[in-house]
Design a protein around this ligand. Structure first.
Ligand code: 3PY
Length: 255
């Protein structure tokens, strides 16, 4: 019942998703019922706190779509709460070192593989059929997806080691551009940023791992799908809402 994992393993197509930045389970339901394979509940830059995360995650999972939580920072307690809310995976921003990735993996796995604490009955309800406690221990270690964002020079330089430790390396092109000295301005990407993006994809492919990227529209998402990316953001709730409102108003005014 982890749709994202199923698409990765069984379907030979990229997993497309949406970014939820606004709080509310009705927003979660709109996104999850619009054909996505996964929805990113963004607790890093979105307006989503711990309580809103606990509402969003089950609303998405109930529609057969994978809820993934982007935690604000690499803190073991944030990993724990995101997975306890029933997320099918977590995404950790701004990774720099291999040690950080090892810490993340330890925080996200139950013993003996890691150090994750056990206690929440909530996570179990987001899987269909709901596992027993002991089944969940094994299932969580086997199937919850561990993802890190590649958006620093340091992470880029250690990409081969990082990719070996996680399920998905997910490129944040805006932060990566900022951190390598080539910010994306007016949507334009410097060739050096394109090269860095390709380098991450190649490392993931060479290791048999999955590579994701944040896009801002469907056309761009298609380009990355054609390049071989496995997990692609297509739109965010905030931007899409504003764009549709403005477009409809312009049409109504005959503009
Ligand atoms: C980036 O592009 O830096 C992101 O993390 C998108 O949210």
């Amino acid at each position: 019942s982890n749709r994202l994992k199923q698409v990765f393993i069984e379907d030979k197509r990229p997993a497309m998703g949406f970014w939820q930045m606004l709080p509310g389970s009705n927003i979660s339901r709109v996104l999850a019922s619009s054909g996505a394979d996964w929805v990113m509940v963004d607790c890093e830059h979105g307006n989503i706190d711990d309580a809103a995360m606990h509402e969003a995650v089950p609303a998405i999972a109930a529609l057969g779509v994978s809820p993934i939580v982007r935690i604000p920072d690499l803190q073991p307690w944030m990993v724990k709460r995101a997975l306890d809310s029933g997320a099918h995976g977590i995404l950790v921003p701004l990774i720099r070192t291999v040690k950080e990735v090892e810490d993340l993996v330890a925080a996200s796995k139950f013993p003996p593989c890691g150090r994750r604490g056990f206690g929440s009955p909530i996570a179990l309800q987001n899987f269909d059929p709901a596992p027993t406690f002991s089944e969940y221990l094994q299932q969580a270690n086997d199937s919850l997806l561990t993802m890190v964002q590649i958006e620093t020079r340091e992470a880029l330089d250690a990409i081969e080691q990082i990719v070996a430790l996680v399920d998905v390396v997910f490129i944040g092109p805006f932060d990566l551009g900022n951190n390598i000295g080539h910010p994306i301005i007016d949507g334009k990407r410097d060739p050096e940023l394109d090269e860095a993006i390709s380098r991450v994809l190649e490392a993931a492919l060479a290791a048999g791992k999955k590579c994701g990227i944040f896009c801002t529209d469907g056309e761009q998402a298609k380009q990355y799908a054609d390049m071989g990316f496995h997990m692609i953001n297509v739109a965010t709730d905030y931007t899409a809402l504003g764009a549709v409102m403005a477009e409809s108003l312009a049409a109504a005014r005959g503009q």
